[in-house]
Ligand binder design. Structure first.
Ligand SMILES: [Zn+2]
Length: 161
């Protein structure tokens, strides 16, 4: 899945479990894998190659996507008491993609026996939609983003903002 839904979902885990960091951060980490099972497309679907590292458009979109996710979380958590946990949650929600997909350490992460199993699992659960399935692939992510934005904006009493 793209970076923005991962970042937002991790932030929601951090917010929801802010008083229990020992639970919030593993939940944010585990949530990444739940999202990756959901049908989705990303820049790799359209611009990736089967072998080798990310292509230039793939990397460019991933960077822009990551910045977008960070900006949304930064804005929605501004001056909230649970902000630090939301930011840590956002990081834990996306760290596996940073470790597994970014050169140069991504190659090491996917081949070193201590982490190769996790990389295999991470890549193995991806549904691999085709570019023709973009409506489904983007739709699931838009729903995820909208839900997570709503949860981040929601106050404890249930009212928005
Ligand atoms: Zn992933």
């Amino acid at each position: 899945m793209m970076a923005t839904p991962h970042i937002l979902t991790g932030a929601v885990a951090g917010k929801a479990l802010a008083s229990r960091p020992w639970l919030a951060l593993p939940a944010a980490f585990a949530g990444h894998f739940v999202l990756d099972v959901v049908p989705h497309v990303d820049s790799h679907t359209f611009f990736g190659v089967a072998q080798g590292g990310p292509t230039v458009p793939e990397a460019g979109i991933a960077v822009a996507d990551s910045i977008l996710g960070c900006v949304i979380v930064a804005l929605l958590t501004r001056s909230r008491p649970w902000r630090a946990m939301a930011l840590w949650g956002a990081f834990c929600g996306t760290v596996i993609d940073l470790a597994d997909n970014l050169p140069p350490w991504g190659d090491w992460f996917s081949t070193w026996p201590g982490t190769a199993w996790l990389s295999d699992f991470h890549h193995g659960i991806q549904p691999h939609l085709t570019p023709h399935q973009w409506l489904l692939g983007f739709g699931t992510q838009l729903v995820t983003i909208a839900t997570m934005v709503w949860l981040l904006r929601r106050r404890a009493g249930g009212s928005d903002v």
